[in-house]
Design a protein around this ligand. Structure first.
Ligand code: ADP
Ligand code: MG
Length: 683
């Protein structure tokens, strides 16, 4: 339960004065639904204005405040703006242009009456112009000379947003300090409440911003450390296999050195009575599935059950099929459970899990539902971890009397600091070696203007018996987005390649998706148009060509994952990155990096270096961002410190008691790590 002290901050935004359903809807577009969201809606900067008697060349392009007298209104005709002509204090002619609210403008600017207008002074032909000025009556509410600028959305004025932020600031209580005193002193940071007020008043004050970023990172690190502490406090079941199954397993190849090493690390953990918490990192195609299989066999040899969690239905089915093939001769019972399995089959699976006759279960989130009871669950493998949050991990450990060993696998090549922010509670194993005999994927960056040539190339590829993926960024998600919709693309390609094009996207039903995937895997479909649902895990070795449309819109980690779908067979593979016309310097550099290297870890490190705070959106899209205050640089810089701070706090007090511990609890609630605090109580 959240402490009462913080309740006002978590009140719905609609309880604030001046927020009705209309404004609430606009706020929601900015991700703001409560007072606390307003507090954390940080300004991007400030504008400074100049009060002047009249327009003049030195003021061109600056924000100005002018007194003017309107002389004529020209209402918009068709799509043009409404123009109000006015004369300023020095007799200059000025045009005030309004593109969508002409009627309102005419009312605000009555002819012959003096008004104060505020905005950016521009030249329009040989006239002065201000587009969408703010209008006030002289003497009333003089516009400020310096004003904070916030990220806005249509219909919401910055003045309104500023007022709302100010209102939410009055709700922010003074809180006891949770940062280690020496850390605080070293940086000269102010207390939380003051830092918050400072950032909103002086957006360029770096120190206050850093402190807030630190708070957020600290809460995250503390939550992860708590998770580790609590999960390790409970005893697990030591599992030691006798080798009978792993030896009987027939593999067409031998393990790579890296696979052998991580398997040893995992076996070492599973043999202990402290539950394993291990993250297995390995680039796409490095052979993590086999490692997981060996770990599961170890558990089964020791008389326990193993469960493998996949992020999507497609992947769950694929893993299930692979396991069936590999384990059929070993006399092991493997089952699958997803949200789609119902009725008799499902009942029989539940029974087999409860009586222990099922050894290995593969599935989606459904495998951890309330009704699913295991006789002796000893190991949980989570494939493609990045689709699962800390909360899922919490659920796993907090429910069980004797928590199962946990092996999480990810191909997202994230840099070390980000590993700490996402998996700070885990030990890390890395597969840093690829199975032998792979030809690196050749990557090319091509302008979207050359689409026709790309389609011709695709035609030659298909005619030669090849298969290909065609990836689109969005499925008609918003009208404003000019992203090529996968549906349209599939339809267009189907005209050129009748009967050979399949389509999968996130809005399709699971069964539909699977059916299309199966057709593609069986080589009956030649081209698979898809959104990022094929991002993780899917394995069709004959598909040696991948075309990614709007490549600049993807996170690099995501591009790398996508590219990992090809280059799996003997044939040489190609990845074409189609880029739009207007590409920023950074955008160019990012795509060039993809062309240059196939090394996921290098891509991750460089990407972090390349994108400044201005490109946080890209981070969000790639699913890496979990912070709303801290930008990537701050994460880089502050994580090690916050990790240390959190560790010290827990070690010294053995929990969150004591004065600073209590304060830290508030910090956890403030950043909505409620589950971590609740865990303390249950653990
Ligand atoms: P990922 O790490 O992306 O999950 P997979 O486990 O799907 O990778 O493995 C990719 C491919 O490499 C599979 O076809 C698998 O059979 C093959 N593979 C795995 N380990 C080896 C190995 N030691 N030698 C040769 N091929 C291997
Ligand atoms: Mg995999």
């Amino acid at each position: 339960m959240r402490p009462e002290l913080l309740n006002p901050l978590f009140a719905e935004a609609e309880t604030l004065k001046g927020v009705g359903p209309q404004v609430a809807k606009q706020l929601a577009k900015l991700g703001i639904s409560r007072a606390v969201d307003l507090l954390f809606h940080l300004p991007t900067g400030a504008i400074e204005r100049i009060r002047a008697p009249g327009a003049s060349p030195v003021l061109l392009g600056r924000q100005v405040i002018l007194d003017v007298t309107p002389t004529e209104v020209r209402q918009s005709r068709g799509r043009g703006p409404t123009r109000v002509h006015a004369v300023d204090g020095e007799g200059n002619m000025l045009t005030l242009a309004f593109f969508n609210n002409g009627g309102w403008a005419a009312k605000q600017l009555p002819l012959g009456e003096k008004r104060t207008v505020t905005g950016k002074l521009e030249a329009y032909g040989d006239e002065w112009q201000i587009i969408h000025p703010e209008v006030t009556e002289p003497g009333k509410a003089e516009p400020a000379l310096k004003e904070t600028v916030y990220p806005l959305t249509e219909g919401l004025t910055s003045r309104r947003l500023r007022d709302l932020v100010a209102a939410s600031l009055t709700l922010a209580p003074v809180l006891p300090e949770w940062i280690e005193p020496s850390v605080l002193a070293r940086h000269g940071w102010k207390d939380w409440r003051t830092a918050l007020a400072t950032v909103h008043a002086e957006p360029d004050e770096a120190s206050a911003r850093t402190r807030l970023a630190y708070d957020e990172i600290f809460a995250n690190q503390l939550a992860l450390q708590l998770l580790r502490q609590v999960s390790r406090r409970k005893k697990g079941v030591p599992l030691r296999g006798d080798g009978r199954l792993t030896q009987a397993l027939k593999l067409p190849y031998s393990l790579t050195g890296a696979q052998r090493r991580v398997v040893d690390e995992i076996r070492g953990d599973m043999g202990q009575d402290v539950p394993m918490l291990r993250l297995l990192q390995g680039d796409v195609g490095s052979g993590k599935t086999l490692v997981a299989l060996l770990a599961m066999l170890e558990a089964v040899e020791a008389g326990a059950q193993a469960a493998m969690l996949a992020p999507t239905e497609i992947l769950a089915r694929q893993h299930h099929a692979t396991l069936l093939k590999q384990l059929d001769s070993l006399g092991i019972r493997v089952a699958i459970l997803t949200g789609r399995d119902k009725g008799r089959v499902r009942d029989s699976t539940l029974m087999g899990l409860a009586d222990g006759s099922i050894d290995i279960l593969v599935g989606t989130h459904a495998i951890f539902q309330e009704k699913v009871a295991y006789r002796r669950l000893g190991l949980v493998v989570i494939d493609e971890q990045h689709r699962f949050g800390v909360s899922e991990r919490l659920l796993l450990t907090s429910k069980a009397e004797r928590p199962p060993h946990l092996l999480a696998m990810t191909a997202t090549p994230i840099p070390r600091t980000l590993t700490l922010t996402q998996y700070g509670e885990m030990d890390v194993s890395k597969i840093d070696e690829m199975p032998p005999g792979r030809t690196p994927v050749e990557t090319r960056v091509i302008s979207e203007e050359k689409l026709a040539e790309v389609v011709e190339g695709l035609g030659r590829h298909v005619a030669a018996g090849g298969q290909a993926y065609w990836v689109c960024p969005l499925v008609a998600e918003s009208e404003t987005s000019d992203a090529a919709a996968a549906e349209d693309r599939a339809a267009a390609l189907a005209l050129r390649f009748p009967g050979q094009v399949g389509l999968v996207h996130g809005r399709m039903k699971g069964a539909e998706k699977d059916a299309v995937m199966a057709e593609f895997a069986a080589n009956r479909l030649k081209i698979l148009v898809a959104t990022t649902v094929i991002e993780v895990g899917v394995d069709v070795p004959n598909a040696a060509l991948m075309i990614i449309e709007g490549a600049e819109r993807f996170g690099l980690a995501q591009l790398h994952q996508l590219r990992g779908r090809v280059g799996r067979g003997a044939a040489k593979s190609t990845c074409l990155l189609l880029r739009g016309g207007s590409l920023s310097e950074t955008g160019r550099a990012r795509l060039a990096l993809m062309r240059e290297t196939n090394d996921g870890f290098r891509i991750a490190e460089e990407d972090l270096r390349l994108r400044g705070p201005g490109e946080i959106l890209g981070v969000r899209q790639s699913g890496e961002a979990q912070f709303r205050l801290a930008n990537p640089e701050q994460v880089q810089e502050l994580v090690p410190m916050a990790t240390q701070d959190a560790r010290l706090l827990l070690d010294r007090d053995g929990g969150l008691s004591g004065e600073r511990g209590q304060a830290a609890r508030l910090c956890l609630y403030l950043f909505e790590r409620d589950q971590a605090v609740d865990l303390l109580r249950s653990g």
